[in-house]
Design a protein around this ligand. Structure first.
Ligand code: M6R
Length: 607
């Protein structure tokens, strides 16, 4: 969601800026723009649509060595060239790119208009260059700091001054920014993926910090103006994800990466012989684990579904009450935060505003919250301070796939760790550890022979409505399957717990309605089988995801997709695979933009 790049050095800035935007395209956006300090002034180009459009528009641009660029995901004001960033002050000598939301924009806009300022866009961001101009009397740092005193909301900003081509000013409050320090040049970005091709030496800005950025130099200051120690870190070369490894889309690459990503998540964490699990990042001893009276997982979208599956396993295996909450609801519903509960904030990006808001609310009320996060050093990882990294590697496709399976895996490792401090015996612990250990093999096995996905695509691609259903561990999988099909194929579909069918959704079934049922061999199978017979009697076309060898389900289904036989608690890690493939191939059949579906953003950093 919105991407920022800034560059200052001695080579041409435009190619660096455009490539930096391209590398952040996966975050989702609808327009793009660039501003260069050039010939003593500001040279600006903006376009709606893809970064490729902007690249064409700036192909003959000047050779300036300082500039800023942005991809915008519309919040305030439509998708227009005028609303695209960078935004300029009235003299067109100060340019700003901004991620986040200025909450008091209306009051600031009115006050500035009363002073004679003419606005050119409908955006909240435009108040920033005008405010900075108002406080500017030759010192860029002071002007930015004074302007920010008036801003309420979240921001990551980069400001360029035509009068000061030797520097860029950067500031952060809630929206991530990283400064990459290279040899005689500095690259700023909202995402390390735009920096890593230039340098691996980076400084992550923290909230309420600003930086004065020069070619090859970064000076970080607090909002009180005081200079802070520079914390230079080395980013993982893994961040360099521009490569699709021969797959036509990142989504397909990431689906096929799951045996590896799940294995990475398990690596060094399972002691099979002792039936134990270890998660060092939690820093919890058995005594601390025993004190936990309840576990609440919190997340959004796919991470919410992973949190649901994890909570079910925690309750079933560790016998600790557990449930999952939608972060955006939880943060605002004045929840009771029990002191002996453990909260787990589940987030691939570690930047989701709603999940972060829930974390802050839990912390404010004295609750104990830890992260289950993919992106190392992300805001949720830092805010929680303790947690589990899922190690799935960078996920580029907007539709989350490998992060889901790694999140569930990490929560299952935690389940084993917790359960062994409770009732789970050594032999049961060994069985759980073995089941977890064998998941990558089962995932590989399924992906080598995924079954008649093309037949499913033929059935669903023109459907008016698709229903997903499952019980127990298969219910969050049904929700996840429906979410994937909506995101990638834009098909109307929903997911229900199979037992809810008779309470309403069955009214939607008519002759030919596709019903995708997740019905592995577990202790809920018989119940789902009855539900399948009910929809069959009403003319549904049944697509069943069933365990290999379950001939009864295969015979009942119009299309049957077999998955390997696994323990019930790990079943989401294999039953979700055909659903990911169905969404992907249906999206392809309908000509959708797979890695950048409409209206969506990879990290949802605004509410
Ligand atoms: O980065 P997060 O895991 O916190 O993101 C949460 C959701 O925005 C995310 O899972 C979203 O639902 C995905 N697009 C699903 O494919």
């Amino acid at each position: 969601m919105c991407g920022i790049v800034g560059f200052i050095g001695s080579r041409r800035a435009l190619p660096v800026l455009v490539e930096g935007l391209r590398r952040q395209e996966y975050r989702g956006y609808d327009s793009a723009g660039v501003a260069l300090v050039s010939d003593g002034g500001m040279w600006v180009r903006k376009t709606t649509g893809r970064v490729a459009e902007l690249a064409r528009a700036v192909a003959d641009g000047p050779g300036g060595v300082v500039g800023i660029a942005h991809t915008r995901w519309a919040t305030h004001g439509g998708v227009t060239v005028a609303n695209a960033h960078p935004h300029l002050d009235s003299l067109e000598r100060i340019a700003v790119v901004h991620n986040g939301i200025v909450e008091n924009e209306r009051a600031l806009r009115r006050a500035l208009q009363a002073e004679g300022v003419v606005f050119r866009s409908e955006t909240d961001t435009e108040v920033l260059p005008h405010l900075i101009r108002k406080f500017y009397s030759g010192n860029p740092t002071d002007a930015v700091l004074r302007a920010l005193e008036h801003i309420r909301g979240t921001y990551g900003i980069v400001v360029a001054f035509a009068d000061h081509p030797e520097m860029l000013i950067v500031a952060r409050n809630g929206s991530p920014l990283v400064c990459g320090i290279g040899d005689g040049e500095t690259v700023i970005a909202s995402d390390p993926q735009a920096v890593v091709e230039h340098t691996r030496r980076v400084v992550y800005l923290q909230d309420r910090e600003m930086a004065i950025v020069r070619a090859g130099e970064v000076e970080v200051r607090g909002f009180d103006g005081g200079v802070l120690d520079l914390n230079v870190q080395l980013i993982d070369a893994d961040y360099d994800v521009a490569n699709r490894e021969g797959f036509p889309h990142f989504m397909l690459k990431e689906i096929h990466e799951q045996p590896r990503s799940i294995r990475r998540c398990l690596l060094g964490r399972i002691q099979r012989e002792d039936g134990l699990a270890k998660l060092g990042g939690l820093s919890m001893k058995p005594r601390d684990l025993v004190a936990i009276q309840r576990v609440i997982t919190v997340g959004c979208g796919t991470s919410f579904h992973a949190g649901m599956a994890g909570a079910m396993a925690i309750e079933a295996l560790a016998r600790v009450p557990a449930h999952c909450e939608i972060a955006s609801e939880y943060r605002y519903r004045h929840p009771i935060i029990e002191r002996d509960a453990l909260f787990l904030a589940v987030s691939q990006s570690g930047e989701t505003a709603d999940t972060l808001g829930a974390v802050q609310e839990i912390q404010l009320k004295g609750g104990q919250v830890m992260g289950v996060v993919n992106v190392v050093g992300s805001t949720i990882a830092r805010t929680t301070g303790r947690g589990v990294y899922i190690h799935s590697g960078p996920e580029v496709a907007v539709a989350s796939t490998k992060a889901f399976t790694s999140q569930v895996t990490a929560l299952l490792v935690f389940t084993l760790m917790l359960a062994r401090t409770r009732d789970l015996s050594l032999p049961r612990g060994q069985a759980v550890a073995a089941a977890l250990d064998s998941v990558p093999e089962h995932v590989t096995h399924y992906l080598q022979n995924p079954g008649p996905i093309d037949q499913v695509v033929e059935v669903v691609k023109n459907a008016r409505y698709v229903l997903f259903m499952g019980r127990g561990y298969s219910y969050p999988v049904a929700l996840e399957g429906a979410l994937k099909l909506k995101e990638i194929a834009y098909l109307p579909c929903e997911a229900y717990a199979s037992g809810e069918m008779k309470h309403g959704p069955i009214a939607m079934i008519e002759e030919g309605t596709p019903v995708i049922a997740i019905v592995p061999m577990d202790d809920q199978r018989e119940k789902t089988l009855s539900n399948l017979k009910e929809v069959e009697a009403r003319g549904a076309r049944i697509i069943a995801i069933h365990t290999e060898g379950d001939e009864e389900i295969a015979a009942l289904a119009d299309i049957a997709i077999a998955i390997p036989a696994v323990a019930d608690f790990v079943s989401p890690l294999v039953t979700v695979l055909p659903l990911q493939l169905i969404a992907y191939h249906t999206g392809i059949a309908l000509g959708r933009d797979i890695d950048k579906p409409r209206n969506l953003a990879k990290s949802v950093t605004v509410e």
